[in-house]
Design a protein around this ligand. Structure first.
Ligand code: SF4
Length: 387
């Protein structure tokens, strides 16, 4: 089996941080080098028997790869089956708070939007956790906005409430410092998820004009702080379509390669949250079609056979059912994206409308009917050593 992008591959060992590595790269040159890829580059990238490079990934996400989609899909599906078998891990978000001090232009939770704001109480957290546990889940993803009210003490309390209920807990919230991640890891947090949204430094402030999220480098350094704090798994991703998704994906792959080289025992996942037209009031700068989305997923699988890949309920049922075998290792189902959404959140705006309203049981049934095994918890932490 081909390995993931290896430590000596594509990022030089030199830079002390990924921020430093990124500063040495030029966004426009990256985008231009993707546009310059040819059919011969794609055919070379598709040849098996060796680890693929960032240059191969560029070819696979380029427009020149469009005619090769069926070959990419076949190779990606074979790779996914070889590495992950027919097990698909089920995950579900529990939104703890929609209070946010940022003004991301693509998000309904942004500060200044006149919506009911909620921070779940202990009783509400217990109720939400109980509701998703009753759906079958033993792994939960806690999601919050970024605010001073919802920080380390709140997270530690939420963890203490959830630990008796779940085997595995992931947190998707604001970037924290190393000491906070260490405290959360010691309290039983298994994984952190935080999407960079875009790696394009020059336009960052257009989308993130105020609040902590306007600090590009602080966000960029989050996986490194979490890794140094001993967090076992980190979820990366970009908001697909916010900027040129091809260039953003190449930079996300470079980020992953940098992290793998320095934290070889850490596990990583990649998500593909696709920006919807008019979400939060702005249009995707570079829309991505369904075929291009499949191309992107397959390119990731071919470039990194070991990375876990998540497919959320942003996507529609027929599309999810058709494409999950190609690259996906984790599917969400029955998701609610408003705080209290499973028990008490009537009238609270969701962060995004679900494209797949099926219940967790229905999605699990679909998987079983296709010969796949739904797994209700994430990888057992006891199976992986320290990062
Ligand atoms: S994307 Fe996150 S940080 Fe930005 S406004 Fe929405 S909840 Fe806040």
């Amino acid at each position: 089996m081909m390995g993931a992008l290896g430590p000596s591959r594509p990022v030089a060992a030199g830079p002390a941080s990924f921020a430093e590595a990124l500063a040495a790269l030029d966004w426009d040159r990256e985008a231009e080098s993707i546009r310059a890829k040819t059919a011969a580059d794609v055919e070379r990238a598709l040849q098996g028997g060796r680890a693929r490079s960032v240059e191969d990934f560029k070819a696979l996400v380029s427009e020149s790869a469009a005619p090769y989609l069926e070959a990419m899909a076949r190779a990606a599906q074979e790779s996914t089956l070889r590495r992950f078998g027919r097990a698909v891990r089920m995950y579900v978000p529990v939104y703890l708070s929609n209070v946010c001090h940022n003004r991301c232009r693509y998000c309904g939770f942004a500060l200044g939007n006149e919506i009911p704001r909620v921070i779940l109480t202990d009783a509400q957290i217990r109720a939400e956790c109980g509701a998703v546990r009753a759906m079958g889940y033993r792994h939960v993803l806690f999601v919050t906005g970024e605010s001073n009210e919802v920080r380390l003490p709140y997270f530690l309390n939420a963890l203490s409430l959830a630990r008796p209920i779940f085997d595995h807990i992931t947190l998707e919230s604001q970037p924290l410092d190393e000491a906070d991640y260490a405290a959360l890891g010691a309290a039983g947090l298994h994984a952190v998820s935080l999407y960079q949204e875009t790696y394009r430094r020059a336009t960052w402030r257009e989308y993130h004009p105020a609040g902590n999220k306007s600090r590009f480098e602080w966000r960029l350094g989050t996986p490194e702080r979490a890794a140094r704090a001993g967090i076992r798994k980190f979820g990366l991703g970009v908001l697909v379509g916010l900027e040129d998704w091809r260039a953003d994906s190449v930079l996300a792959l470079r980020h992953l390669a940098f992290l793998r080289a320095r934290h070889p025992r850490m596990e990583f996942s990649i998500s593909f949250p696709r920006m919807r037209p008019a979400e939060g009031g702005i249009e995707p700068k570079v829309p991505i079609s369904d075929r291009e989305f499949v191309q992107l997923m397959c390119a990731w699988r071919l470039a990194d056979p070991c990375v876990e890949a998540l497919l959320s309920t942003r996507e529609a049922p027929a599309f999810r059912d058709a494409v999950f075998p190609l690259a996906t290792t984790h599917l969400s189902a029955g998701s609610r994206t408003n705080p209290g959404g499973y028990t008490c959140g009537d009238g609270v705006l969701p962060q995004f409308e679900s494209g797949d309203e099926r219940s967790a049981a229905e999605v699990a049934g679909m998987l079983a009917a296709r010969g796949y095994r739904p797994v209700w918890k994430d990888w057992d932490a006891s199976l992986s050593g320290p990062p």
